[in-house]
Design a protein around this ligand. Sequence first.
Ligand code: SUG
Length: 447
Amino acid sequence: MPEVNFDGLVGPTHSYAGLSYGNVASSKNQGALSNPRAAALQGLVKMEAVAALGLVQGVLPPHERPHMPTLRAHGYAGSDAEILALVAQENAVLLARVSSASAMWTANAATVLPSADTEDGRTHFVTANLRAMFHRAIEPAITARALHAIFANPARFTVHEALPPSTSEDYGDEGAANHTRLTASSDNSSHARGVHFFVYGAAQNASRTPTRFPARQTRSASERVAQLARLDSSRCVFAQQNADAIDAGVFHNDVICVGNGNLLFCHEDAFEMRDATLHALRDAVGETLTIIELKREEISLEEVVKSYLFNSQLVTLPDHTMALVCPVECAENPRVKAALDRVVADHPASLSRAIFMDVRESMRNGGGPACLRLRVPLTNADLRVVNQEALLTPAKLAALRAWVMTHYRESLHADDLEDPALLHESRSALDALTRLLALGNIYDFQR
Ligand code: SUG
């Protein structure tokens, strides 16, 4: 069973608005001119390259933006054009927030708990609430609808709504970006039993907390996610993220750690309690676990954040070895490239190669190859009941390219977000897409 990834299609309003405090690239590129068409095409090239490795590739749809229902909920009234003009004048930050194409980063869409590991033998999806950032906290409703439309078979799949606001528990949940599933071999499908590694930045009894940037994932949310799928607690490991790493710009664990099958690739500064964490993982997975840990001398925290080396997709190939699908920025930094070459040379049996992808439009907002995909471990039988129209075939890829060329602009600036024509272009793009992917009417404007 080949690996299955669902990548987020970049939406027509992809822009650089500096919305994510603590995400260094997002802050640095605030106000830059974006190219939504190039961004979407880069994403499709990556999907095509990963599919060419022999993996199954699916897509998740962009969200409706600017999100008019959120503006109306904020008290703006009138026609869409009137509302857009007024909010642009009064509250440009709110307009940027409801316009973000951030749903492209589907590693934050949900946490996936495969059938091999859940009590009821179904694959569970817990939609992430993304509560830490307002522009992302408006994603869960549509994400859940899209997941329902793709994983529709209730005998095999359960899609949970996002964790609600809670008075007793602080449920900040950012989805799969802080969750890693490991197995005893390179088989990462749901034919193999998994160990679930949950990394959080904040907890009620945390030994240390970041002082500069926010910790987005909470331990209580990670625990609740594990409970919802009734995972075996002896096969769950919870660990706190290193507070210094968060303060250096590691806003999700997947910026400093990636795992797959029996391989964990991370930096020595990833976890607050490094030794205990690695021991717990070894105990839970067993002796077949390989941990490749890079030291500060070889690559600093700053280089980790700049290159996004660990935000690579670590994938299992049909020959049972693994490949690392890295951002092209890693090839351009001589120290990072040297570290990568060394790692591949040192582990030929497990890691057979690194390939480099240009996803620069997404990278400028702090989203690398791994952010752009949701990994869904399935069995062969599970895969047969997934909505097949959401899977990438050569014909689907060609149709999606044509769709992007028809509907997407080549440049977008903050000032363009109030243009009612952009809203209409966006809606007609998504309306066409729901037919292309057989999703049904998942968007508010279609209801
Ligand atoms: O949530 N950037 C996203 C990037 C998410 C990356 N995902 C993972 N690491 N899995 C975020 O910070 C920036 C949008 C802007 O500034 O316009 C943004 O939302």
